[in-house]
Ligand binder design. Structure first.
Ligand code: ATP
Ligand code: MG
Length: 420
């Protein structure tokens, strides 16, 4: 079975600046995927004729479908028409129908203004192309197809591009693409280094060359494994992606916190909800990040009672319930303090579970005995006397704070799931 692949070329010098993002290609990818067309590459090219022609020629030679966005306006820096014709080795032809359409558009939208002559360029079609109607602007799109290649030119403004994709491009593609489907499966792993995950998973996905496997670190301490497969039907594609995903998941056991791309906080929330229990937090070095993650889950009030940000020692002993003797003997960053804070959060809030984080996020404040990156995570629960785990993270402040919330959520998840 031969599936279609596609490339996207986003045209516009502004897309190469920090001020404008190419969002069209994301939208296009989503739409093409619904037809089972995989996007295998994309390029962002400035308004430079030579580079654009080269980029288009390369895309066109490699890929069955090339979709170009932008550069269809009337100004001299809009070069997509000329460069597409050059890449295909054909000429441009001015369409009398499009000239009439443009004149009519100007008569209704700007009756007092004469249409600038430069606008006529928008009536130029790549030889052999069909115009795609643009009810929201002056630049028509273009559709060019041969036996084994399709080139589509679309306007840059998203409000013009999107309706054109839905009304003109997708119906045409549906008539010619091999019916097929793409399916994805996402495994989420916590607290495993990327190199280790890759080392264990790579030999498995090497045995499934037809399934596209990607490894991503999406948050400190969080790895996603994406498996994408194609098949004759959505069910066949899904079955293929599932086969590889489950084989890989088996290797990582409880490190996999979701088999379907859920966030760690949503998984923890789900476990608490299932049990009809609640959690409260006491955070020192993460300053509310853990509470922030838990409350980002819709419906968090069903399982999250609240939290305490206890930076100052007086808050750890006051609200946090840590005994001054513990603090004096072991310090704020210690196993004993983490345990008492977890217990304090739990009792003080009447939650079933208490989770505490105390540590040194850096860059200052480390000592030889307690270096930057040293973090204790405390957990206390019903029939679960307070325990704390010690972590020594490395890296800059935000990474250490992120790893701390990840470790805290993951400890709670494993405890709730009975894995600890
Ligand atoms: P116009 O007739 O408006 O000139 P055009 O087809 O020439 O249309 P561009 O000039 O390339 O399109 O882009 C017009 C505007 O559309 C840009 O300023 C930008 O706001 C938006 N735009 C262009 N390309 C993209 C893209 N890839 N993703 C998101 N927005 C885009
Ligand atoms: Mg333009």
């Amino acid at each position: 079975m031969s599936f279609w692949n596609a490339e996207i070329v986003a045209v516009g010098s502004e897309l190469l600046t920090p001020f404008r993002v190419d969002t069209n290609s994301l939208y296009l990818t989503e739409q093409l995927n619904t037809l089972g067309i995989a996007v295998v590459g994309k390029q962002v090219v400035g308004d430079d004729g030579e580079r654009l022609t080269e980029a288009l020629r390369a895309a066109f030679l490699r890929s069955r479908l090339t979709v170009v966005t932008g550069g269809l306006g009337p100004t001299t820096d809009d070069l997509t028409r000329e460069c597409s014709a050059a890449a295909l080795g054909v000429g441009l032809q001015r369409s009398a129908v499009l000239v009439a359409d443009l004149e009519a558009f100007f008569r209704t939208r700007a009756p007092t203004r004469k249409m600038p002559a430069s606008n006529l360029r928008q009536a130029d079609l790549v030889e052999g192309a069909e115009a795609l109607a643009n009810p929201h602007g002056t630049a028509p799109g273009q559709w060019w197809a041969s036996a084994d290649r399709v080139l589509v030119l679309l306007p840059g403004p998203p409000r013009e591009l999107r309706p054109m994709v839905e009304n003109e491009v997708l119906p045409r593609l549906r008539r010619i693409v091999t019916p097929g489907a793409l399916a994805t499966r996402v495994l989420m792993l916590a607290e495993r280094p990327e190199s280790e995950v890759d080392g264990l998973a790579a030999p498995i996905y090497a045995r499934y060359p037809d399934v596209e496997s990607t490894i991503l670190t999406t948050l400190p301490g969080q790895i996603e494994l994406h498996f994408r497969a194609s098949g004759a039907s959505p069910a066949a594609a899904q079955a293929r992606a599932d086969t590889v995903a489950e084989e890989v998941a088996a290797v990582f056991g409880t490190s996999v916190f979701s088999h379907h791309g859920a966030t760690l906080e949503a998984v923890v929330g789900g476990l608490l909800r299932e049990r009809g229990e609640s959690v409260a937090v006491a955070e020192s070095c993460t300053g509310g990040l853990l509470g922030g993650r838990l409350t980002s889950v819709p419906g968090a009030s069903q399982f999250f009672r609240g939290g305490l940000i206890c930076y100052h020692d007086e808050l750890k002993t006051g609200w946090g319930g840590v005994s001054p003797a513990t603090l004096a003997a072991h310090g704020a960053v210690s196993e004993a303090t983490a345990c008492e804070l977890a217990a304090g959060a739990r009792l003080g809030s009447k939650a079933d579970w208490g989770v505490a984080i105390t540590g040194i996020a850096g860059p200052d404040g480390g000592t030889p005995e307690k270096p930057v990156g040293l973090v204790f995570i405390g957990i206390a629960g019903p029939e679960h006397p307070p325990v704390a785990v010690r972590r020594e993270f490395w890296g800059e402040r935000e990474r250490i704070r992120g790893l701390s919330t990840q470790a805290a959520l993951n400890r709670l998840r494993l405890t709730l799931a009975g894995g600890l």
